[in-house]
Design a binder for this molecule. Sequence first.
Ligand SMILES: [Mn+2]
Length: 375
Amino acid sequence: MRVLHTSDWHFGIQLHGISLLEEQKAAACFLEQTIQEKHIDAVILAGDIFDHAVPIPEAVSLYSDMMERLCKGCHIPILLCAGNHDSAARLSVCAPLLRDAGLYIAGSLSSGVEPIVIGNAAFFLLPYFNAEEARYLYPDREIRTVSDGMTVVCQELLKQCVPGKRNILISHCFAAGGKPEESDRAAVLGTAGRVALTAFEGFDYVALGHLHQAQQFTMGNTIIRYSGTPYPYSFAEAGKEKTFTILDTDTMELDTIPIPLLHPLRVLRGKREFLLEMAPFDPNKEDFIKIELTDTIPSMALMADFRAVYPNLLVFDGLQPEGSGSGLTVEELDALRPLDLVTRFCEEIGGFTPEEDLLHLFQEEALHKAEEQGG
Ligand SMILES: [Mn+2]
């Protein structure tokens, strides 16, 4: 059997204020084409179906249309779980009815999850959850972090593994050791929400969503993989290939299918004169463009000159005027302690240095809360 794994579609997401619905529609068409050409038997969507808990109507329509085309048009089952961006309740509306149509949805964490057996595989659908939800479900187990929660939940699920089948877990979480992308907005505060890979040991394949870059780990005989998003959702992903993952459940071999992009993302970095002179000769003027001027402070007038050539110029950057603060990369942000982060925020946004009392309050209240909720 051939299972296609994808995640983090984030229907309704914007890129620097531009709707990506057309790009997502094109990706959905390509998914349908891939299902037919590669003889796919089942599709996994590992969370963050929508970008917001209350998605815009156009995003809901696109999702509805895509599910209909896959389930009814292609006659294949779809297995999906909620991510941290989804509303569990909204995503799982009519879920028991939709099962009959081949659409399997897990909204929120619940006990008694039974495997869904399709062909030679047994699928376990596990939506995004925090430590609190796991504690509520298993009050007599010691669960302090989301990693503890995942360990307990997986131990329960593993009891129901189906012998002779490939047991596949579908989940949405931050696996320890994973690399976040700039567009993984919710994934950057501390390490409290990270799940130890050992939690997954025992399954044959773990189809993950949450991190936007495709990546893979192994733990014993367990393959743990993030498929990555179907489209780059930040300029930090410019030039990186986006793919669908295909798992052959007979051989356990993996294949990736590159996804064509309606508007590739491109960063043009250089001196103003050079970039302006080269622009008319650029064969791909419709790309989503970010310009970084290395010798000039950006101005509205200059941006208009570039936009005359590049209609999809989304970010216009350059030398910073004297005295302005600098941004942080994901890696820098990741390395900062939460208290440094608050200090920076107060200094850069509020224009004041926070007093000890305020930091103490944050330490006690906010940080505790964030750790409880697992990021
Ligand atoms: Mn996501």
